[in-house]
Design a protein around this ligand. Structure first.
Ligand code: AMP
Ligand code: MN
Ligand code: MN
Ligand code: MN
Length: 281
C-alpha cells in the first residue's frame, strides 16, 4: 500500500461514544475520500461486523480496530489502539468485557459527584445518549450537560466538569498496559499508542511510557491525530524515529460537529516515517 494513502485508523461509532452507526461511519469515510479505514470503538468490538460488511459493499479496504482504555502510573489513562486482529478471539473479547463491566458503577459515581455541584439526574441523562449502556462514558455525560444549557460544546464540559481535577472526575481502574498488549497480540493484531500529544505526562514520563509499550511488543504511535497540533506532530514524529515505531494516522472522529476533524481530513505523514498500514492487509 502506498505511503501517502488516505488512511484513517481511529474513529468511533454509536457502539461506543460516537454519533453515527458503524455503517454510516464507513459511508461517510468513503465519501470523504478515505482509502483505508479502521473503526476503533472504545473497549468494544460490537460495531466491527456491521462496519466490515458496509466497507465490503462500498469497496473500502477495512481492518478491525479497537481503542483500549489503559491505566498508567498515578491515575493516568492511556489509550491503546489495536488494529488488524481477529475480532472473535477469546482473550480479547473477554478482556474487553471485563473493562466494560466497570463503567456502570463509575458512571453512578460520576453522577453522584455532579449532583454535589448542582447537576442532578446526570446518570439517567447520560443514559439517554448511550447506544450500548455498558459503554456509558464521559462523552455521554458531556452531551447531557450541553443539553442542560450550562455550556455550548462538549469540550467545554470536560474543561469545567469532567477532566481530571474537575468536580465530576472519578478515578477508575482500566486494563494494565500488559493486559491490553497481550490481548491484542493474542488476537493477531498490532498495538499503537493513541494521540500521544494529549497525555498530561512530562517528557520523561512519556519516554518511560513509550519504552514500556515497546518492551511489551507495541509497534506504533499515532503521529497524526485529529487532536494533534503541529508541535504534537513534530514531537510524535521524533518519538517514532527514536523508538523505531511505525506511524499511524487517525481522525478520532466521533460525529459531525463534535470532532476535531472529519474522517480522512488529516495531513500526510512525514515522508521518512514508515506507515503502520505497511503491516496491515
Ligand atoms: P471515558 O472513556 O468515559 O473516560 O471518556 C473518554 C472520552 O471522552 C474520550 O474518548 C473522548 O471521546 C472524550 N473526551 C475526553 N476528553 C475530552 C475533551 N477535552 N474534549 C472532548 N472530548 C473529550
Ligand atoms: Mn471517545
Ligand atoms: Mn482516545
Ligand atoms: Mn478515540
Amino acid at each position: 500500500m502506498k505511503a501517502a494513502l488516505n488512511a484513517d485508523l481511529h474513529c468511533h461509532s454509536m457502539v461506543s461514544d460516537g454519533l453515527l452507526t458503524p455503517a454510516d461511519v464507513v459511508r461517510r469515510a468513503q465519501g470523504n475520500g478515505v482509502e483505508f479505514l479502521a473503526l476503533t470503538d472504545h473497549d468494544e468490538l460490537g460495531g466491527l461486523a456491521e462496519a466490515a460488511a458496509a466497507a465490503q459493499q462500498v469497496g473500502l479496504p477495512f481492518v478491525n480496530g479497537v481503542e483500549i482504555s489503559v491505566s498508567w502510573g498515578d491515575d493516568q489513562t492511556i489509550h491503546i489502539v489495536g488494529l488488524g486482529f481477529d475480532r472473535e478471539h477469546g482473550s480479547l473479547v473477554e478482556g474487553l468485557a471485563k473493562i466494560r463491566s466497570g463503567r456502570d458503577s463509575r458512571a453512578r459515581r460520576i453522577a453522584a459527584e455532579l449532583d454535589k455541584v448542582g447537576i442532578g439526574g446526570a446518570y439517567e441523562g447520560a443514559l439517554k445518549y448511550v447506544g450500548n449502556p455498558e459503554l456509558i462514558s464521559r462523552s455521554h455525560f458531556a452531551r447531557y450537560i450541553v443539553e442542560l444549557g450550562h455550556v455550548k460544546e462538549v469540550k467545554n464540559v470536560f474543561d469545567c466538569w469532567l477532566a481530571k481535577g474537575k468536580p465530576g472526575y472519578v478515578a477508575h481502574p482500566w486494563a494494565s498496559m500488559e493486559e491490553a498488549l497481550g490481548w491484542i497480540a493474542d488476537a493477531g493484531g498490532i498495538a499503537v499508542v493513541a494521540h500521544p500529544g494529549r497525555y498530561r505526562l512530562t517528557r520523561d514520563e512519556i519516554k518511560e511510557m513509550l519504552s514500556k509499550f515497546k518492551e511489551l511488543g507495541g509497534v506504533g504511535i499515532e503521529v497524526l491525530s485529529g487532536s494533534h497540533d503541529a508541535s504534537h506532530i513534530r514531537n510524535c514524529a521524533r518519538f517514532a524515529r527514536r523508538y523505531g515505531f511505525l506511524a499511524s494516522r487517525g481522525s478520532d472522529f466521533h460525529g459531525p460537529g463534535e470532532s476535531w476533524v472529519d474522517l480522512g481530513r488529516l495531513p500526510s505523514l512525514p515522508e521518512d516515517l514508515t506507515p503502520v498500514w505497511t503491516r496491515l492487509r
